[in-house]
Design a protein around this ligand. Structure first.
Ligand SMILES: Cc1cc2nc3c(=O)[nH]c(=O)nc-3n(C[C@H](O)[C@H](O)[C@H](O)COP(=O)(O)OP(=O)(O)OC[C@H]3O[C@@H](n4cnc5c(N)ncnc54)[C@H](O)[C@@H]3O)c2cc1C
Length: 384
């Protein structure tokens, strides 16, 4: 997320300076050089709580539902608000703060881009709960599914209670006309990542399901091979969008490259569907034991262990424990948190549909159709 924020802020601060004569780009480059030299992790903090979604930042009953500037001082700004769902929040050194939506003139105090250290006075992080995290708390190895790594990105709420931001760390203040470009570029860069990220997950899930079918004796069936083929197909389709939107990238005036926004949005939109379909196929091929398996305490118990091993076995010669481990891995990968991340991370599906419709160049498509159908171009009325 930090990388996507850096990509967006780099090109937009350059353009603000060119138009407004400010020095945001120089400040931003200094901060960027600092985090590169010190090898620091950055959380990209865009999403505000948003309160009543039918109202903009300036119309909220509680004005802190969108992060805002509460005081402007000669030496910097004081900010208040919160950023939700912050991936890598608790394991980052720096927070790059950006507005969550395009702002109008009424919302000048909300049009702020800045960076602060994660331990700045007034910053509080509240770690989020994820599906199965209590199993990890209890040090369950098998039942946590993936005992080595955390679930999704260890998201946290980051609250900012009147946090001071020194002037040199302010990269935009009140420039509402640039908020659209900033959000648009950040979102496109972030959406571009999904084909790489989710394909990695789908590869692991496909491998887990394939092994499970081998040790359950179903791998040779034609419908099983077909469903595994579909899982591979969906994963590789996501991957293609990520490669394509990068290959079609273009240089912004700052020199930093932008991805192709249509292809990035299409790729992320596919992630909101394909990951769910892959999860459906995985649950189909795995069987009901994903939902009803006894715990690893029962597996290891003197009273019940022999029964669990006997009645959850598969192909002879494979330890039952292997089937249970793979089942738990699949359970953890198709559970709540992972799929919600594919749906809402980098924006809910409608956010991509808005971009896809806007960039779909429908006039050109209508013209192509009319030309082939032999309809005169002068009769082409916009919106008709
Ligand atoms: C695991 C995870 C990690 C994330 N990591 C980060 C991160 O590191 N940094 C970051 O900045 N963000 C992050 N996000 C946030 C993500 O970008 C948001 O979840 C996303 O933009 C949706 O916002 P929301 O959750 O507030 O849902 P909402 O915006 O409330 O959306 C819920 C539904 O309401 C609809 N809706 C919303 N507003 C309106 C309206 N005005 N009218 C009609 N319908 C509406 C939406 O289309 C959607 O269907 C992360 C999210 C997740 C789940």
């Amino acid at each position: 997320m930090g990388l996507d924020g850096i990509n967006a802020a780099y090109s937009v601060t350059y353009e603000i300076d060119r138009k407004c004569g400010t020095d945001y780009f120089e400040r931003f480059k200094k901060w960027l050089a600092y985090i590169q030299e010190e090898n620091l992790m950055v959380v990209g903090a865009m999403t505000d709580p948003k309160g009543d979604r039918s109202k903009g930042p300036a119309e909220q009953v509680d004005p802190d539902q969108y992060l805002r500037i509460v005081e402007r001082r000669d030496d910097g700004l004081v900010i208040r608000g919160a950023k939700l769902h912050m991936t890598g929040g608790v394991n980052s050194h720096e927070i790059l703060i950006m507005p969550t939506t395009a702002m109008d003139e009424k919302s000048k105090d909300y049009a702020v881009v800045c960076a602060i250290p994660a331990d700045a006075p007034g910053v509080t992080m509240i770690f989020g709960r994820q599906a199965n995290d209590d199993r990890k708390d209890n040090r369950e190895r098998i039942d946590s599914g993936n005992p080595v790594f955390g679930g999704v990105g260890g998201e946290a709420v980051i609250a900012f209670e009147d946090v001071f931001v020194p002037r040199e760390r302010v990269f935009m203040d009140g420039k509402t006309e640039f908020t659209n470009a900033l959000v648009y570029r950040f979102a496109a860069h972030h959406r571009a990542n999904y084909g790489g990220c989710k394909t990695g997950l789908i590869d692991v899930l496909t491998g887990a399901v394939t092994y499970l079918t081998q040790i359950q004796g179903t791998a040779g069936a034609s419908h099983v091979r077909d469903k595994v083929t579909e899982m591979i197909h969906l994963g590789e389709t996501l991957y293609s969008s990520s490669i394509a939107c990068a290959a079609e990238g273009w240089p912004t005036p700052s020199g930093a490259y932008m991805v192709d926004t249509m292809l990035a949005n299409v790729g992320k939109h596919n992630a909101t569907r394909f990951h769910f379909e892959v999860a459906r196929l995985a649950a189909d091929l795995a069987g009901g034991f994903l939902a009803t398996l006894p715990s690893e305490y029962d597996l290891n118990s003197e009273d019940t262990g022999h029964l669990v091993k006997k009645y959850f076995s598969g192909v002879a010669g494979i330890p039952t424990e292997e089937r249970i481990k793979i089942g738990r891995l699949i359970e953890s990968m198709i559970g709540g948190t992972a799929l919600v991340e594919s749906m809402h991370g980098a924006g809910s599906p409608q956010a991509q549909r808005v971009m896809i419709f806007r960039e779909g160049d429908l006039d050109k498509k209508v013209k192509l159709a009319k030309t082939l159908a032999g309809i005169a171009p002068e009769r082409n009325r916009k919106g008709a």
